[in-house]
Design a binder for this molecule. Structure first.
Ligand code: OXD
Ligand code: MN
Length: 595
C-alpha cells in the first residue's frame, strides 16, 4: 500500500516487538471494515444492534476497570522535565520506551496487528496532519474509521514524507497496574498500553490532536485547542464562527449542536456544527484565524443525551454508530442510558454485562445505573442534521470569537468579554470548573483547567500561555475577540438559574453583536458585561430580567477570593509564567480594590 521507507521500517520494528500472528493494513474500504465488524460480532467483542431501528450500529463493553481516561497514568515524555512542565506527569523518554517495550513485547501473539493510516482533518488539507496507529483491537480500528479519515488515500497523500505521527497501541491484559498513555512530543510518537477505552486508545484524538499537536503548533506557529467550532447563522444568512473551550463533559457537544428556541428559529437563526471537541487553528492569508475540526466523528458522552437536550447528537447516533458501556435493551435489541427516556427498560443488560434490575435504580447511587456515567457513542459527523457545509473544507472557517467557560456556581457571570487579547489569555489561563466523570478520579471538585487543556497540553503550560500571547501579537487587530461564559450559576438551593441548552444562543447572539461592534456593554473589573436589556429574553418562560441581572453580577468579595486563588494557581508556573499574565492579575486586583 505504500513505499514510505520510514513507515515501513517502523512497522517492521513493531512487528518484531509485539510478534503478531498476522498483519492487516487498513485500506479504508467498506468491504474490509464490514469483514472486521462481522469478526467482532463473532468473537463477542461487539453486539450487532437492531438493523431496523439502529442500522449499522454496535454495542461494545470495556472492562469495568477501563472506563475513562487515566490522567495519573498519562505521561508527556519530553527530553527534559521542564519541557513537560508542572501540569504533566513526566518520565525520561528512554526509560519510558524501555518500560513500554517490555510491557508490549510479544503481546500480539495469537492476535492480528492492524495498521491504520489516518488523517486528522480533511485528507490533503493544508491544516491536516497524518498519523499511523498500530493496534491489536478491532474495536479501535472501527472507532478510528469513524473518528478519523482512514486508508489508502491517506498513504497516497503522505507519499515519502517523514511528517507523520507514530501511534502504538497494545491492549496487553488490560491491566490497570501497567496502564500507560505516553506521548513523546519530540519524536512525534505515542504509545498506549493495557487499556481498551476510547480516550486512551483512539490515538488520533486526545493523544495526537491535542497533546502532540499542541506541541507541533507551538513549534510551527499554529494552535491545537480543546474547542468546539460552530457557525451561527443570522436571518440575513451571514455565518459567524465561534470556537469554544470547556472542560470535559461541560456540554461542548450540546452547544456545538444547539437548536435555537422556536422564536429565534422562526426569525432565521441557525447553528451549524463544525466540530464538538477539537479545533486546529492557523493564521490564513488574510491574517485572520482559521479553524478546522481534525476529527470525522463525535465521541460523545451518552448519559443525558435525549431528544430535548440534544436532538442533533441523538440523531447522529441512529446509524453507523458504536456504543460503548451503555445499557443493552433486550426487548428490542437497542441501547439505553440514564436520561434517554423516562421509562426504564425492564429486560436489559447493564454496562458491566449483568442483568439490570430497574427496581433498584436510584439516581443518587451511580452503582445502580444501567449505563456507565462516561458511556459513549462514536457517531459519524456526516449523520449530524446540522453539520456545517464547511466541515469538509480544507481551508477551515474564520473564527470571530473564542469563548471560554466552565461550571462555576457563584463566580463568573453568564457572559463577559475580555478587555483585549492579552486579558482574554489571562481569562483562559485562570479557567476553572468542577470535575466530571470523563476522567477517572473524584467527581464534583473544583479545579483550575487553563483553556480546558490541563490534561491535554503536550508541553510546559507556561510556554503554552506565551504561545497564546505570541499568536495574539501576530493576529493584531484581526484577532478573534475573547469571551467567557458560565451557564451554571445556581441559586442558594443549587438550582441552575439560566435555562441553558437552546437558549444559550441568546448569549451567542450578544457575543456576535459585540464582535460586530453593534452593542454596548458595562465595563467591570473583569471585563465587559452585557447590559441586561441587551440579552434577548423574548418567549423565555420562568426567567425574568431581575434573575438575568443577578447572574450578570460581578461580586467584589467573590472575585477577590478568585484573584487570590488565581495567584496560588500561578505559583506552579514559576519563571515560566509570562509577565503579561502576572500584570493582568495585578491589574484585576487593583480594579477590584477600587470597586
Ligand atoms: C472527551 C474529554 O472529549 O474527556 O472525551 O474531554
Ligand atoms: Mn474533550
Amino acid at each position: 500500500m505504500t513505499n514510505n521507507k520510514t513507515l515501513l521500517a517502523w512497522v517492521d520494528e513493531k512487528i518484531n516487538l509485539v510478534n503478531p500472528d498476522k498483519v492487516m493494513w487498513i485500506d479504508g474500504s467498506e468491504e474490509q471494515l464490514e469483514a472486521l465488524r462481522k469478526e467482532a460480532v463473532q468473537t463477542g467483542e461487539m453486539i450487532q444492534l437492531n438493523e431496523e431501528l439502529l442500522p449499522g450500529c454496535y454495542l461494545h463493553r470495556t472492562k469495568p476497570n477501563d472506563v475513562a481516561r487515566v490522567e495519573d497514568r498519562t505521561f508527556i515524555c519530553s527530553r527534559t522535565k521542564e519541557n513537560a512542565g508542572p501540569t504533566n506527569n513526566w518520565c525520561d523518554p528512554q526509560e519510558m520506551y524501555k518500560k513500554l517495550y517490555d510491557i508490549a513485547r510479544g503481546t500480539y501473539k495469537g492476535r492480528t496487528m492492524y495498521v491504520i493510516p489516518f488523517s486528522m482533518g480533511p485528507i490533503g488539507s493544508p491544516l491536516a496532519k497524518i498519523g499511523v496507529e498500530i493496534t491489536d483491537s478491532i474495536y479501535v480500528v472501527l472507532n478510528m474509521a469513524i473518528m478519523t479519515r482512514v486508508g489508502q488515500k491517506v498513504l497516497d497523500v503522505l507519499g515519502e514524507s517523514d511528517d507523520w505521527v507514530r501511534g502504538l497501541h497494545a491492549k496487553c491484559d488490560v491491566d490497570p497496574e501497567n496502564r500507560y498513555i505516553c506521548q513523546f512530543p519530540e519524536d512525534n510518537a505515542i504509545i498506549s498500553v493495557n487499556s481498551a477505552y476510547g480516550g486512551n486508545v483512539l490515538l488520533g484524538k486526545k493523544c495526537f490532536a491535542l497533546r502532540i499537536a499542541s506541541y507541533q503548533g507551538w513549534k510551527e506557529g499554529w494552535m491545537a485547542e480543546h474547542m468546539l467550532i460552530l457557525g451561527l447563522e443570522n436571518p440575513k444568512g451571514e455565518v459567524h464562527y465561534i470556537a469554544a473551550a470547556f472542560p470535559s463533559a461541560c456540554g461542548k457537544t450540546n452547544l456545538a449542536m444547539l437548536i435555537p428556541p422556536e422564536y429565534l428559529k422562526k426569525k432565521g437563526y441557525k447553528v451549524w456544527t463544525v466540530g464538538d471537541d477539537i479545533a486546529w487553528m492557523r493564521i490564513g492569508e488574510d491574517g485572520r484565524l482559521y479553524a478546522i475540526n481534525p476529527e470525522n466523528g463525535f465521541f460523545g458522552v451518552a448519559p443525558g443525551t435525549n431528544e430535548k437536550s440534544n436532538f442533533n447528537a441523538l440523531a447522529s447516533t441512529r446509524q453507523g454508530t458504536i456504543f460503548t458501556n451503555v445499557l443493552h435493551n433486550l426487548d428490542n435489541n437497542t441501547v439505553w442510558w440514564e436520561g434517554l427516556s423516562k421509562d426504564l427498560p425492564t429486560n436489559a443488560i447493564d454496562w458491566k454485562g449483568d442483568k439490570w434490575d430497574p427496581t433498584k435504580f436510584n439516581k443518587a447511587d451511580k452503582s445502580t445505573y444501567g449505563a456507565h456515567p462516561n458511556s459513549r457513542f462514536t457517531a459519524p459527523a456526516k449523520n449530524c442534521p446540522c453539520i456545517s457545509d464547511a466541515f469538509d473544507k480544507g481551508e477551515g472557517v474564520p473564527i470571530s470569537a473564542i469563548v471560554f467557560g466552565g461550571r462555576r456556581a457563584k463566580c463568573a457571570p453568564l457572559v463577559y468579554q475580555s478587555k483585549d487579547w492579552v486579558n482574554g489569555v489571562f481569562v483562559g489561563s485562570a479557567m476553572a470548573s468542577e470535575t466530571t466523570a470523563a476522567a477517572a478520579g473524584a467527581v464534583g471538585v473544583t479545579r483550575r483547567d487553563p483553556m480546558a487543556m490541563l490534561p491535554f497540553c503536550g508541553y510546559n503550560m507556561g510556554d503554552y500561555f506565551q504561545h497564546w500571547l505570541d499568536m495574539g501579537k501576530k493576529l493584531g487587530d484581526k484577532a478573534p475577540k475573547i469571551f467567557n461564559v458560565n451557564w451554571f450559576r445556581t441559586d442558594d438551593e443549587g438550582n441552575f438559574l439560566w435555562p441553558g441548552f437552546g437558549d444559550n444562543i441568546r448569549v451567542l447572539n450578544w457575543i456576535v453583536d459585540r464582535c460586530e461592534g453593534k452593542v454596548d456593554a458595562d465595563e467591570t473589573p473583569i471585563g465587559y458585561v452585557p447590559k441586561a436589556d441587551d440579552i434577548d429574553l423574548t418567549d423565555l418562560e420562568d426567567f425574568d430580567r431581575a434573575t438575568l441581572q443577578s447572574i450578570l453580577e460581578v461580586n467584589k468579595e467573590v472575585w477577590q477570593k478568585e484573584a487570590a486563588e488565581i495567584e496560588e494557581h500561578y505559583k506552579k508556573f514559576g519563571d515560566k509564567l509570562p509577565h503579561e499574565l502576572r500584570d493582568q492579575l495585578e491589574g484585576l486586583k487593583a480594579r477590584l480594590a477600587s470597586l
